[in-house]
Design a protein around this ligand. Structure first.
Ligand SMILES: [Zn+2]
Length: 89
């Protein structure tokens, strides 16, 4: 499972969660640091967003929950090309 972030507005970032399909299994929004996922306890998503921002907000970069990141080029993750199509649409 990986997450792909897209900045939609200055304080709004979309988080798309991918497993082994070309479409995200779920999409959440983080607005001004608050995530709209259904977790009742503080979720890990804003921390992953911080990590993506520290990387310089690379477009189409997938990040897993352990903060491993997978740029599209040189990645062996088979769905990368499809995710790139998603993030550039
Ligand atoms: Zn969340």
């Amino acid at each position: 499972m990986v997450y792909v972030f897209r900045r939609l507005a200055p304080k709004r970032v979309e988080l798309a969660k991918f497993e082994d399909r070309s479409e995200p299994i779920v999409v959440y929004n983080i607005v001004a640091g608050r995530c709209d996922c259904p977790s009742r306890v503080p979720c890990k998503h804003p921390k992953l967003l911080d990590f993506w921002m520290e990387l310089g907000e690379p477009i189409g970069c997938a990040i897993d929950e352990y903060k491993n990141y997978y740029p599209f080029i040189d990645s062996e993750f088979t769905e990368m090309r499809k995710i790139l199509e998603y993030v550039s649409s």
